[in-house]
Structure formats: structure tokens, C-alpha cells
Design a binder for this molecule. Sequence first.
Ligand code: NAD
Ligand code: MG
Length: 380
Amino acid sequence: MKNIVVLGSTGSIGKNTLEVARNLKDKFRVIGLSSNSRWELLSEQIEEFKPRYVALNNSQLAGKIKSSFPDNQVKILTGNNCLEEIVLHEEVDVVVSAVVGAVGLPAAIATVQQGKTLALANKESLVMAGHIVMSLAKKNQILPVDSEHSAIFQSLQSGKRSEIKRVIITASGGPFYDLPADKLPDVSPAQALKHPTWQMGQKITIDSATLMNKALEIIEARWLFDLNVEQIDVVIHPQSIIHSMVEFCDGSVIAQMGMPDMKVPIQYALTYPERMSLSVQPLNLSSIGSLTFKKPDMEKFPALRLGYQAAREGGTMGATLNAANEVAVQAFLNGQIKFTEIASSVEKVINNHHYIKNPCLEDILSADAWARQETKKCLM
Ligand code: NAD
Ligand code: MG
């Protein structure tokens, strides 16, 4: 029996994680939950899973939950550091980090420092500080939840590290891949929130439409699998059936496939190195008919180019790119900027930033804070 904590339990990955845990009750006990939204859903989750701890960094939500559940039933942790505090409890074995954004970084660091397994959906923590997080982690202590990285992780089991030639990350291309470039400035948040193949939270859905999600995933893969940027290719694959591939030195390319369903990579991260049965829609290739592939268009989707740039330069570049993007995506969702201004403002900010090659955590956090300020200024 393993004790798990789910950070971001009311989100898209969080809910899927709890569904996996519900089906594997004899293997996993949910002892911690955390959220900063949707108190009705969180209350239902507390009723069902009876966690020992709940971390709430939103004081309003904390007040509501405290008034519904007595102290002796569940311990409510509050304040800015509550995500780190909840993972530190001795009985925690596995932390699923499914919060969105930079807020996930301190808890990711605390989890690996404590020697606990980190099932990582929150790619932003590796984008910001991959060199720090990975240097603290032992082999296979961080298990990817991101579907592409899970696919790479699974495909890598066909060969040795020294035999890897490159990885090929697939991208659906999002809802606008075939839209003429001159139409992109006018797309609305509602249009951008309609992803063709995946149901996800708002921020990652916008990132998928700009291809910034793929940019973040290049950086994530670079750190997670210790690759050179030249070993990371991206291919547009609109059906999202091949979740990513690894090419080995003998020319063999191993792919991981399946219908798009995040429960598969989530469960694999929880049960690794074992596989357990899971009820998912089976892959029926003859009914899908064809799988197609295209070269990514980095002129129409400059975010992808910025991802390669940030992955190559490292240092504070990832944190700066991530923070600028978080602010720009929110501004787009609020109707303050055009879709194409997301990538253009991120580009301005990363190219103006005071770059540090080997940053410590403090440098990373200052780069993040600076980039947020600068992006807001640039969008005014
Ligand atoms: P979501 O918006 O659906 O859920 C986010 C969760 O985090 C919610 O429970 C929310 O309450 C919590 N949260 C948000 N801001 C917070 C804050 N400041 N402090 C504490 N908690 C906070 O997001 P999602 O789609 O589930 O994505 C979560 C993470 O997983 C992201 O990093 C995303 O890139 C990654 N990811 C998601 C998918 C997917 O299919 N949704 C796939 C791959 C990777
Ligand atoms: Mg992904």
C-alpha cells in the first residue's frame, strides 16, 4: 500500500489521478489533497477519500473547508508554503504534482529532496529549474505524467541510454494548425479553448493552441532524459494516437500508442515498473484509418522556436519564458491581448532578460518575478 498526495486534485489531471486511485484502492491510499478552486468538488473528494491532510493556499477556500470538516477528521494546512508542507509528512510515499504553473516548483523540490517519488504533470517546475530538480533526484524518482514524456519513458525501455539517437515528440497542432497565418490574430479565447483531441485545464489548452506547450515539453524532455537539444524533434500528428517516439542508433523507432486518455500515463507513473489493467477505449487502427504527420511551422507558431532557444540556452531562460507565458496567457484569456501577442511578448521578454548561466533557486525565482513584471509592462 502506497500513500499518495495529489496536488491540484480538482483540476483535469487531479481528477483523472483520483479516478486511477479509486480503481486501485488496494494499492494506493490518498492521504493528501490540495486545490485552490472548486470547493464543492474538493469537499466531495474529502468525503470520498478521507485524506489526513488538505493543503489550501487560498484562504477563502480554506475557511469554507474548515467550517465543513472538523479538525479531528482532516488537518487543513494553509499559507503560502502549504504545498511544500503537505509533501513533507513522513507517511507520504508518492506525490502527484498536478498544479498548474510556477507554483508547483517548491513542492517538486521538497518531494525529491525527501526521497519521495514524484509523479510529475507540472512540467513548469522542470522548465523553470530542471537542472536543480534533476540534480536532486535519483534514477526513476521522477516519473513523467505528461503523455509525451511517458511515451518516451516507456519507449526508452527498449534500449540503453547510450543507444538513443533522438526522441520525436508528437504534437496535435492544436485547433489552429491549418488556419492561415493572417487569421491567427483574430482567434478568440473561446475558439482557442476548444482542443481537438484532449480535455485539459485552460492554461495548457491555450499553450497547446500557440504550441508553447510543445516548447515547454522540449525543455521538460531535455531535463528529464538528459538530452542534447539537437536530439529532440517535434512532429505534428493531429490524431494524437502516437504519444511520442524514440529512435535508437540502429534506426529502430519505438513508439507508444493509444487513444488519448491521461489515465494511462498517470497510472503508469503510479504503478511503474509494473503495469496494471485499466479500462480505456481500445485502439482500433482500422477505424481511425490513417495517422498523419507534418513538419512543424515555426514561423506561424514562433513559440516552438522560442522553446528550442530556451532549451539550448538553459540557465534562467526557461523560468523567464515560463513566467512571461503565464502572464501573457492570462492576458489573452482576459481579452486584453491578441492570440499572436502571447508569443511575441514572450519573445521580447526573454530577449531582454538578464541571463544567468548557472542560476541557483533564488536566481530562478527572481527571473520569474522580473519576467512577470516585464510582461505586464510590455502588454500595457
Ligand atoms: P487545471 O487548471 O485543470 O488544474 C489545476 C489544479 O491546480 C487545480 O486543482 C487548481 O485548483 C490547482 N491550482 C491552480 N493554481 C494554483 C495555485 N496557485 N496554488 C495551488 N493550486 C493551484 O490544470 P491541468 O490541465 O490539470 O494541468 C495541471 C498540470 O499538468 C499543468 O502543469 C499542465 O501543464 C500539466 N499537464 C496537463 C495535462 C492535461 O491533460 N490536462 C497533460 C499534460 C500535462
Ligand atoms: Mg503533453
